[in-house]
Design a protein around this ligand. Structure first.
Ligand code: SF4
Ligand SMILES: [Zn+2]
Length: 388
């Protein structure tokens, strides 16, 4: 009985405050209507895409190709407006007043910049959310992109949240652009991590259902995993992600592992600045690839999936990094592996920081080490142990 009395008083975490309990995430995430947030969001031209570039890629059948990536400025992810993932800074590129006309203008500008995608067999259209969600992107614009890319004979990749892959909508997408790829930010194959580390907004059960729906309409499923979500040690990230890759390989045509890069004004940015989080080591990614390679490329058999790792901002303090000396070479080898699928890319890579990384992994997996105590390149070891 006394416990019930306490519960009535304690309504906001540890402090006895009146009112409804609030998630920590909502207390610290960037407030969407603060003057600063609005100023950033409104500083750009809604008729121009955020970024357009080309990269080497592989078609679904494995043939090397050039891919165009078009990142658009949209109304953004519904989930972010409601709550949002703990690591996602896409809100910096979104605004709630983007219209169909703006999006058509951005699409036109992207085509002009890349000469109507000449020489590109694959087009990735990224909208900072779910491409085929009607509140986020006007339906007529979705249709333009799907039908135009299909008519040009390009392979299209769009992104979605798992719980938005509804049967009816997927059937419509498959009719407009048969065989395209839908990439889902699964992040972690673990409900606890999805809820408490990522605040992802869906569970793995929903992801499984989404993959089934895509497959039943002949669409390809690509899965993103997040290497080292917030509130996780380096050692745990390595063990978990390796296990998750093996578990989702069968259901994913491609797996893209995204090592955490710290985007401004996110939860992970907050704990990073408080020295409670260090972005992943590049060595951990090399180790992860070495560990899973034989599982996804069984000898004498076809590969069960394709593993891609593109470390964004590799080598910088906010991206996956090593000691500062070997970063460029190690990141380049990881990038090459994503295209070639060959472990030979890592032959001869060595640096004295590898043993420090190995010690960190070993400590993380054997002792209750405080989060964020990994090697910090900017500070000396003693200073790093002092309070921020
Ligand atoms: S679902 Fe995607 S776009 Fe939306 S908040 Fe999460 S990571 Fe960002
Ligand atoms: Zn090094």
């Amino acid at each position: 009985m006394p416990r019930r009395g306490m519960a009535e008083e304690t309504t906001a975490g540890l402090l006895a405050l009146p009112g409804k309990a609030v998630k920590l995430h909502h207390l610290v995430k960037a407030p969407e209507n603060a003057i600063e947030s609005i100023r950033i969001r409104e500083s750009w031209n809604a008729d121009e895409p955020a970024t357009v570039y080309t990269t080497p890629e592989r078609m679904p059948d494995g043939t090397p190709c050039t891919a165009a990536t078009v990142i658009l400025r949209t109304r953004g992810c519904q989930w972010w407006w409601k709550s949002g993932c703990t690591f996602c800074g896409y809100f910096n590129d979104v605004r709630d007043d983007v219209t169909s006309l703006n999006l058509h203008a951005q699409w036109l500008a992207a085509k002009e910049q890349l000469n109507d995608f000449e020489g590109c067999d694959m087009i990735k259209v990224y909208t900072s959310g779910t491409f085929f969600e009607d509140e986020e992107n006007p339906v007529d614009w979705q249709e333009t992109v799907l039908t135009e890319t299909a008519a040009m004979g390009k392979h299209l990749i769009v992104e979605a949240q798992a719980h938005l892959c509804h049967e009816e909508k997927i059937a419509w997408v498959a009719e407009k652009h048969p065989g395209c790829t839908v990439a889902i930010g699964l992040e972690a194959y673990d409900d606890e991590v999805l809820k408490f580390h990522c605040n992802k907004g869906f569970r793995i059960k929903t992801w499984k259902k989404a993959v089934k729906t895509l497959q039943s309409h002949g669409l390809r499923a690509k899965s993103y995993l997040l290497f080292k979500p917030p509130f996780m040690s380096e050692g745990d990230a390595l063990q978990h992600t390796t296990k998750w890759i093996r578990e989702i390989a069968e259901d994913s045509d491609e797996i893209s592992v995204n090592p955490m890069n710290i985007q401004k004004r996110t939860i992970v940015d907050r704990i990073f600045r408080n020295r409670e989080y260090r972005p992943p080591w590049l060595w951990s990614l090399v180790q992860m690839i070495r560990d899973v390679h034989s599982d996804i490329h069984p000898e004498g058999d076809e590969a069960s999936t394709r593993l891609i790792v593109h470390p964004t901002a590799a080598g910088s303090i906010r991206g996956a990094h090593n000691c500062g000396q070997c970063d460029k070479e190690v990141a380049a080898a990881i990038e090459r592996y994503s295209v070639s699928g060959s472990l030979l890319e890592f032959e001869g890579l060595a640096c004295e920081c590898e043993s420090r990384w190995a010690a960190e992994i070993s400590l993380d997996t054997s002792l209750p080490i405080p989060l964020g105590s990994g090697l910090d390149r900017r500070l000396d070891a003693v200073e790093a142990l002092l309070s921020p």
